[in-house]
Design a protein around this ligand. Structure first.
Ligand SMILES: Nc1ncnc2c1ncn2[C@@H]1O[C@H](COP(=O)(O)OP(=O)(O)OP(=O)(O)O)[C@@H](O)[C@H]1O
Ligand SMILES: [Mg+2]
Length: 216
């Protein structure tokens, strides 16, 4: 479960304009699927980064899977993130010097975990890329790259999947396919999903939608 309490977050360089996020209480139950919507600059990415422990709030408690992230040392937070959280970035952050299969395996390497034998292949088959294991990301379509990023986010069996505009670079049809895959995989594994999006069609596929401006 995710539970955020009395959160304030501002950036020093933007302090004049007040906090980006300022809200009392927000929860997402385990296995919940939430779309985060809001204007550009409203704080969607900031909220995802708070949930992953990549940044800290000025005040308030960020609790993920029962851990208060502020109580962890930086090393413990890194460990927590590696063990519990998968992140799909808008621009996917795939490495071109490596094959598709290696890109997925690197998700385990960066988390300092032993890659489970066959896990990367299994995930890539599940996302329809079993025939592209030795390609490099540049040799794939953008929709296929999104699916590699998604497979990499699942390689460590996360409990929470965070996605920042995962379909932003895709056309409607391939965006829909990636989204359906993401939601059905998460549902069958009980993974909690929080996904930032501008696209109301994308948001409509989620159980719940939260407008960041209305959290305040
Ligand atoms: N590292 C940073 N330093 C200073 N200000 C920042 C930083 N990151 C974000 N901001 C500011 O915080 C606000 C929220 O940014 P954020 O990236 O969370 O918005 P967003 O909702 O994800 O927008 P978009 O839809 O364009 O991705 C913006 O005003 C932005 O300028
Ligand atoms: Mg953003």
């Amino acid at each position: 479960m995710i539970h955020l309490q009395k959160i304030r977050k501002s950036y020093p360089s933007e302090a004049d304009s007040g906090p980006v996020l300022d809200f009392e209480d927000w929860r997402v139950e385990t296995g919940g699927q939430v779309a985060l919507i809001g204007e550009s600059g409203s704080g969607k990415t900031t909220l995802l980064n708070l949930l992953s422990g990549l940044i800290q709030p000025d005040s308030g408690v960020v609790s993920v899977e029962g851990s208060d992230l502020a109580q962890l040392s930086e090393a413990q937070r890194d460990r927590f993130r590696a063990d519990n959280i998968g992140y799909v970035f808008q621009s996917f952050h795939l490495l071109d010097g490596y094959s598709v299969k290696e890109n997925v395996e690197l998700g385990a390497v960066f988390a300092k975990r032993h890659a489970e034998p066959g896990r990367a292949e299994h995930l890539l088959e599940a996302v329809g890329l079993g025939h592209r294991l030795q390609h490099t990301p540049r040799q794939l379509s953008v929709g296929q790259q999104a699916r590699v990023a998604f497979a990499r986010a699942l390689v460590n069996r996360p409990k929470l999947l965070l996605a920042d505009e995962p379909t932003g670079a895709l056309d409607h049809e391939s965006g829909r396919q990636v989204l359906d895959l993401l939601l059905s995989t998460a549902r069958s594994s009980g993974i909690t999903v929080v996904c930032a999006t501008h696209d109301m069609d994308v948001a409509a596929a989620f159980e719940n939608t939260v407008r960041v401006e209305e959290m305040q």
